[in-house]
Design a protein around this ligand. Structure first.
Ligand SMILES: O=C[C@H](O)[C@H](O)[C@H](O)COP(=O)(O)O
Length: 258
């Protein structure tokens, strides 16, 4: 196990912005507290915070990682695992995962999360549910009392392409009049997920947002980016170099790194 502290920056590494440093701090602290020598099957989530998770796992050294299998939540994390020299596996071979660490778009007081800002929430939810321990890492902007406070595109809803117009109509009827098909930025047309599906972003009022089952029941919906009652802990890197840790059950801890 490497001895680098969560706040240490090797001299050759260029300084990070406050946001990036916060993501790294959250990721390093979560890995230090949750990825232990006895863990052999590890889920790796998606997004811009997760590379720091993998970076910290690699720092545990080849001996610690030799016997481990890493399960990705999509194309990005698969590439990350392979390019980091870690062993790649898949959830169809490992239905039980020791620990999954993933990012989030927003996390509330009770550790409910909005996920899917990167359209990966189907595989992410499978890995979150497969995990004995599911842990979320993020910078301080994602730490909210209520979902929908800071992340306003809405609830990501993955849909089979041919059903998107019908599901859009259903979501509007369900209380999301501004639900919209997510459009790609450097491609003409909609975002296409790793599973070949479309994504609708559906903003809901606070009183409806914690009810993923109603959305999931709409025919044509594959998965909903609301992760309720799944996370055991959420780590938020703060701008001042501290980490806020929210745990299921309601405990709150502030860790100041050395
Ligand atoms: O689909 C994407 C995922 O749910 C990400 O984990 C989420 O969007 C957070 O990503 P980031 O760490 O880049 O904020």
């Amino acid at each position: 196990m490497a001895t680098t502290s969560a706040s240490s920056t090797p001299a050759a590494v260029k300084p990070l912005s406050v946001i990036e440093a916060s993501k790294r701090l959250a990721a390093y602290t979560a890995v230090d507290q949750h990825i232990k020598p006895e863990h052999s099957v590890i889920g790796i989530g998606s997004g811009s915070t997760v590379p720091y998770v993998v970076e910290r796992i690699v720092q545990q050294g080849p001996a610690a990682n030799r016997g481990r299998i890493f399960i990705p939540t999509g194309f990005q994390s698969k590439e990350l695992i392979v390019s980091s020299g870690l062993n790649l596996g898949d959830v169809d071979q490992h239905a039980t995962i020791d620990v999954t660490i993933d990012g989030a778009d927003e996390v509330d007081t009770n550790l409910n999360c909005i996920k899917g800002g990167g359209a990966c929430h189907l595989r992410e939810k499978v890995l979150a549910e497969a995990a004995l321990t599911f842990v979320v890492v993020a910078d301080y902007r994602k730490n909210s009392e209520f979902l929908g406070t800071n992340y306003d595109p809405g609830v990501p809803v993955e849909v089979v392409p041919f059903a998107y117009a019908k599901v859009l109509r259903d979501l509007k009827a369900l209380g999301s009049p501004n639900a919209a098909l997510r459009m790609a930025v450097k491609k003409a047309g909609p975002v296409v997920s790793d599973n070949g599906n479309f994504v609708i972003d559906a903003p809901f009022a606070r009183e409806y947002i914690l009810n993923p089952s109603e959305i999931k029941l709409l025919t044509g919906v594959v998965e909903v980016g609301l992760f309720c009652n799944l996370a055991k802990a959420a780590y938020f890197g703060n701008a001042d170099g501290s980490v806020t840790i929210k745990r299921s059950g309601g405990s709150l801890e502030e860790v100041v790194s050395a």
